[in-house]
Design a protein around this ligand. Structure first.
Ligand code: FES
Length: 218
């Protein structure tokens, strides 16, 4: 067993903010896209989850994570990490209903709005898939253009969870901090995500959009 504090390289009396900061830094380095391994990536995720749950449950110490038993789906192969569950919502529905992206009740409202299945629903992202790839495998036509981090045509708004970004992506820091991410090469860093797709029509993304081309959807 390895202490989750050790995995995240934080002191045992670290507060939530320090743990969150350490996790974000650590999970970036552990991500398979950045030279880490799936095992290390899952170990970091599990350590973070354990510390988060410890806080919620009021437990005083993290029990420890076993590197040989990281983040396994029940009944799955022992080395297979779990898929990520995604609840998605089309930005067009947000506009049509006059909702706001930063409304904490956004997805609850969407659940009660009887939207089409391609406008609001759920999908699974397998461990080796980007969010856009998972949407396409599930039969959805989300917007994209370059598929290489050079535009914002595939942008999504992250209401919950975390999605990785390639190091050389185009999204400015202020927009990334507000929750905008690229779905074409964004890989889930959490077990659950809530995302609004099709946000490329937001005015703050105007300058980052590529004009329609042969590989552009919507
Ligand atoms: S499609 Fe251009 S960055 Fe994703």
């Amino acid at each position: 067993m390895v202490s989750p504090f050790e995995v995240l390289d934080v002191d045992e009396d670290a507060d939530d903010e320090a743990i969150e900061r350490a996790y974000r830094e650590r999970v970036k380095r552990a991500h398979p896209d950045q030279g880490g391994s799936i095992e290390e990536f899952q170990l970091v995720r599990r350590a973070y989850r354990e510390l988060s749950e410890r806080d919620r449950n009021g437990d005083g110490d993290g029990e420890g994570v076993d590197p040989a038993d990281v983040d396994l789906a029940e009944g799955s192969d022992a080395r297979e990490p779990r898929s990520t569950r995604v609840e998605f919502l089309d930005y067009e529905a947000v506009v049509d209903y006059g909702w706001s992206l930063d409304d904490d009740e956004l997805f609850r409202k969407a659940s009660h709005a009887d939207l089409d299945p391609d406008a609001h629903g759920r999908l699974l992202v397998h461990p080796d898939e980007s969010l856009l790839e998972a949407a396409e495998r599930s039969g959805f036509a989300w917007p994209f253009s370059c598929r290489g981090g050079a535009c914002a045509n595939c942008a999504v708004y992250l209401a919950e969870g975390e999605l990785s970004q390639p190091t050389d992506h185009i999204m400015p820091d202020d927009l990334a901090e507000r929750g905008f991410r690229l779905s074409c090469n964004g890989y889930p860093l959490t077990d659950e995500l809530s995302v609004v797709f099709n946000v490329k029509q937001r005015p703050e993304l105007d300058d980052l959009i590529l004009p329609p081309g042969p590989f552009t959807r919507r």
